[in-house]
Every structure is written in structure tokens, then in C-alpha cells.
Ligand binder design. Structure first.
Ligand code: AMP
Ligand code: GLY
Length: 419
């Protein structure tokens, strides 16, 4: 089969790496990809949001199966377009992807179907939102309704922070149209767990758990980022919790979306908060998590393409899935200054030392080739993933890998996996 993956970050590098092991694949492409992905398959210079360009490529190159890694093309309706033209594609339709594209939609869905989540209100008018925060105790969480690169969530400790958050999102349009509405939410305390799940519209099969470190600095300090590192499995998420989540969250969400005429195929990402009372949903994403994918896929045994095909064909219930007992840890090497402003174009050195290490995988997020030299080309640059018998071994191996690599102004957290 001829396969195309859409996206160009660490998540897509992990997807391409895993898919390239499938004996069914005769040609593998990634659009737009990055310098690391280009070492595993052919990169095609088409933006992930250029749906017509991608469609043309699929038709000209006779691609049999497309895998969407990123959220943006999903929200633009790439799955609907490709299906209309008779092409097989892995991912949710635009209507189903709204579960990530609108926090107001996802919160209302959870309320209607009694799926546990933080209490909330939705506002379309900034004055009403300001009145509401004025009458409330703190902390409170203010969220832009739409997509904002993981930065549209503001945890407010007092009234002046909450007023500023509402003004920035709704009046100064800091996140553009994503801020036409806000969700204001009760603050939850507990530990976060990420569970990604394969979905075929009816059946939902959760993968092994992971935990993400979203803040930029050690000890969960600093700004929220796209993710500074991750590990799998979570230390706190037990088999019993998984059974409860299946019963109260995973299957109810799948059923709710089908009930609403938005059957979900692809990857549903459950961002969970394990509170003292119960497990609640913090957020949904309609795609693989980045960097969670970099620790989950190395633990998957068997052929990822076969599972994805089973999702698209609606026969996930008969598809076997096995995971290793190993643990995996991924440390993100970021550009100094991320998630705010940072420089690009610094040479990356030392990667050749990791090339033949069996338990280490280097997934590229923001890299490019410039005059034959590998250089930094984004906020998150590389993810160094290591697999070990347990989390301690994996942490040790991942940081040994990190030590081997360097570039100017590199920034990474020293406490990934220690939660
Ligand atoms: P979200 O994009 O909705 O997952 O929010 C990003 C991050 O903000 C989450 O991973 C949490 O760390 C934090 N967060 C979001 N909602 C809440 C909440 N209701 N209570 C506490 N923390 C939250
Ligand atoms: N790691 C969080 C996300 O992919 O949204």
C-alpha cells in the first residue's frame, strides 16, 4: 500500500517510524514532514492545511491510505473532502473533530451525557463574562473556545488575572476567532493522565496511559507549552481506573458522538484529571497527542496500519492489540525562549552517537537541513525517547541520550518522568 502521513512534528515522526515497520507498506510519504522524517520516508513540500494540494498529490501518486496527524486539517474538513472523492483516510470528520475544535461544544456534550468534567459556564459577551468572574471565588480557569496551540487556557488565581484573561481573549482577540467565546471553568486539583484511544465510530480501544509535562520549567513552573516531555505508563492510572473510565467516560463519549450524528473515527485523546473524588475529563483532542505519541507507539506491538485500517472499516472490535510491559520516557529539547520568542537555525550536534542505540529513538519536531547541516527550526526541536524495563531505567537512558546532543540555547526539563 502507498501511504501518506500529514503533519511535520515529533508526533508525525513517531507515526512514520511505526508505520514504516508495516510489511503492507510499499511507499510512505509525509507532508510536509521535517528533516528527521525525511530520513525515514519521502517528504512532500505541501502544507498540512493545503487540502487541495494534498488531494492532488493523493490522486497523482495513487495513495491508498492517508493518516492525519495534525488537528488543523481535520477542522478544515480534510476527511470529508477525501471521502467524498473516494479516498481512504484515517481521522474524524469535521463534525466529529468539533470535540476538540470547540471547548463549549465538548463541555455541553459532557453535560448532556453526564460525562464527569469540571463545572463551567460559556460566554459570548465579554461584559457578562467579567460580571461572572467578579462574583466568583478563585482559582478559576478561563479558556478560549477554539484552537489556540495549547496556549488558550489561563489559570487565574485572582480577580485581576481573570479580568485580564477575559479581556485578552474576548476584547483584544489574542487567539483570533478562537476567542469569540470563552469557557470559564471550576479549577480542579489532582494528577493529569492522558489516554489516547483508537475509535471506529462504535468501538473505542484505549492505548496504554501516558503523562505529559506541559509547563516550561522544572517542578511544573513557567508557562504552558505544547508539552516538554512525557512518559508511559502513568504511575497512578490503575487497571481499576481504566475500567471506570471505560464505563463512565470512553464508551459514553463514543456513544454520545454517534447519538449526535457525529460518529468519531480516528484517535480520541482523553485529557483526564484524577481528583480525590473521581476522574474527570479536562479536554478532548481529535488526534494523537504530541509528545504522548512518542512514548505510546514504541510500546505498541504489531502493525499500526492494520489497526488504522480496522478503524476506517468499522471492525476495530475484531482487531487484536498488544503492548509491551516496558516503560518509555520522552524528553523534549526546546529552543531557549520557547513557548515565547526564540531563535532558529542553530546547528544540532551529537545525534550520530545515538544512531545505533536500540532503546533510544530520536523524534524530530522542529528541525531542517540547511546547506547540508541539521539545524533547529522550531520551538520544540527534538524528542529523545528511551525505552526501559521500568520508568527509572527509561528516565536514565533518556537523559543519557539528551547529554549526547546539543545546540545553542538548548532548553529542556530535568524532571521528566518524576511525577
Ligand atoms: P486543556 O487544553 O483544556 O487541557 O488545558 C491545558 C491545561 O490546563 C491542562 O492540561 C491542565 O493542566 C490545565 N487545566 C485545564 N483545565 C483545568 C481545570 N479545570 N482545572 C485545573 N487545571 C486545568
Ligand atoms: N500533549 C498535549 C497535546 O497533544 O495536546
Amino acid at each position: 500500500m502507498r501511504v501518506l502521513v500529514i503533519g511535520g512534528g515529533g508526533r508525525e515522526h513517531a507515526l512514520v517510524w511505526k508505520l514504516s515497520q508495516s510489511p503492507k507498506i510499499t511507499a510512505l510519504y509525509c507532508a510536509p514532514g521535517n528533516a528527521g522524517i525525511g530520513q525515514t520516508c519521502s517528504c512532500v513540500d505541501i502544507a498540512a492545511t493545503d487540502l487541495q494540494g494534498l488531494l492532488r498529490f493523493v490522486e497523482e501518486e495513487k495513495i491508498d491510505f492517508t493518516v492525519v496527524g495534525m488537528d488543523d486539517p481535520l477542522m478544515l474538513g480534510i476527511v470529508d473532502l477525501f471521502r467524498e472523492k473516494g479516498h481512504r483516510i484515517f481521522g474524524p470528520t469535521k463534525k466529529a473533530a468539533l470535540i476538540e475544535g470547540s471547548k463549549a461544544f465538548s463541555k455541553d456534550l459532557m453535560k448532556k451525557y453526564k460525562i464527569p468534567t469540571a463545572g463551567y459556564e460559556v460566554f459570548e459577551d465579554s461584559q457578562r463574562a467579567l460580571d461572572y468572574v467578579g462574583a466568583h471565588s478563585f482559582p478559576l480557569v478561563v479558556k478560549a473556545d477554539g484552537l489556540a496551540l495549547g496556549k488558550g487556557v489561563l489559570i487565574c488565581e485572582n480577580l485581576s488575572e481573570a479580568e485580564q484573561a477575559v479581556r485578552e481573549i474576548m476584547e483584544q482577540n489574542k487567539f483570533g476567532e478562537a476567542g469569540n467565546r470563552v469557557v470559564i471553568e471550576e479549577f480542579l486539583t489532582g494528577q493529569e493522565v492522558s489516554v489516547l484511544a483508537f475509535c471506529d465510530g462504535v468501538t473505542v480501544v484505549p492505548m496504554v496511559s501516558a503523562q505529559d509535562h506541559k509547563r516550561a520549567l522544572d517542578g511544573d513552573q513557567g508557562l504552558n507549552t505544547g508539552g516538554m516531555g512525557t512518559f508511559s505508563p502513568s504511575r497512578i492510572y490503575t487497571k481499576e481506573m481504566e475500567a471506570v473510565c471505560m464505563d463512565k467516560i470512553f464508551q459514553p463519549t463514543m456513544d454520545a458522538l454517534r447519538e449526535e450524528g457525529r460518529p468519531f473515527q480516528g484517535i480520541l485523546y482523553f485529557g483526564l484529571m484524577v481528583t480525590a473524588e473521581e476522574i474527570k475529563v479536562l479536554e478532548y483532542n481529535a488526534r494523537f497527542g504530541d509528545p504522548e505519541t512518542q512514548v505510546v507507539l514504541p510500546r505498541l506491538q504489531g502493525d499500526l496500519l492494520e489497526i488504522m485500517e480496522a478503524c476506517v472499516d468499522g471492525r476495530l472490535h475484531e482487531c487484536p492489540m498488544q503492548w509491551t510491559e516496558d516503560a518509555a520516557v520522552c524528553v523534549i529539547l526546546a529552543s531557549g525562549g520557547y513557548p515565547e520568542s526564540y531563535q532558529k537555525g542553530y546547528p544540532i550536534i551529537g545525534l550520530e552517537q545515538l544512531r545505533n542505540k536500540e532503546n533510544i529513538f530520536v523524534f524530530h519536531a522542529g528541525t531542517a537541513q540547511k546547506d547540508g547541516v541539521l539545524v533547529t527550526n522550531g520551538g520544540r526541536v527534538l524528542g529523545i525517547t528511551a525505552v526501559g524495563k521500568d520508568l527509572e531505567q527509561a528516565i536514565h537512558a533518556a537523559y543519557a541520550g539528551v547529554e549526547a546532543v546539543s545546540f545553542e540555547q538548548v532548553h529542556y526539563r530535568k524532571d521528566i518522568g518524576i511525577k
